[in-house]
Design a protein around this ligand. Sequence first.
Ligand SMILES: [Zn+2]
Length: 354
Amino acid sequence: MEETLIIYDDIFLDHLTGPEHPENPDRLRAILKGLRKFKLLENPKIKLERSRKAVMDEICLVHSEKYVDFIEEFCRKGGGILGTWGGGVVCSRRSFEVACYAVGGALKAVDEVLNGKYRNSIALIRPPGHHASIELPYGFCIFNNVAIAAKYLMDVKGVAKVAILDVDAHHGNGTQEVFEETSKVLYVSFHQDRIFPGTGSIEDVGRGEGEGFKINFPLPPYSNEEVYLKALNEMVDPILDQFKPAYILVSAGFDAHHLDPLTGLGLSSLGYVEIYKWIRETAERLTGGKFSAVLEGGYDHEALEKAVPSVVAAMAGLTIEVDDPPQKMPENLKNAALRVLEKVGKTMANYWTL
Ligand SMILES: [Zn+2]
């Protein structure tokens, strides 16, 4: 078995949002530059494969056919900006096609791990997905790649339960909405409090059968790896042990990096490595090592060039030397972060043994 599969395709550069837009093709160019710089694409433990196009039935595991048709038609006519929320979602003529390949990339990433070819995988795709809900494009997202991958795992591949760990700096409102009422998907999100999209409070624990299966950590600015690791080890660990997922998906945002221009969290490349080592070890324990990461946000190119290769190396069990040390957190904000963790713990103790 190979270690780590990277899904990437040049088609992802064809979703054009304009030169001033933070979610632009240069993000992926920066990531590729970093992967080449650290010679990861030549490493025998890592393979890069192209994406595939998702079909209507697959996209409709989450979205309505009406919505998919609408996006196709809108792009065919030349595209434009959809909605006004968060600046709207920019679509170019080829965006529908690209978005279908983004979904397909996430699905191929899980397929190649499920069939035993790789231990884990990362889909370096765009547009991102976790803000898109069933019939609404939102926050740079058209189709919810990670939610579709989770539904695909369960409905098509017969996987019983899926855990989604969302480490993007923004709350994955779309993902939470899709799985709000199910106990088959455990959704855990770390995000900065009081920024876009404004959802993901500690009290948003899911509804009906899904109550207690949605775990939100709305963190203060400057929150660093110390905070993330404490939450992962002390809370997410025991909850996952009790939930027993058969597969782990990661909404792999890199905008929690301290250099990110849109947000104020404080992860370093080394912090990302620690988090992905934790995920690798947790997957080893619970899913036979199986997990897939799906790219979400991340808008500083230097951060992408360093943090993504660091993560890919960690996924493959390798170490690379990156000059991006952990950042110090102001004492008052650290205390605020610890209070958030404590409150999440108290809330989750209603549903899990902690
Ligand atoms: Zn984000």
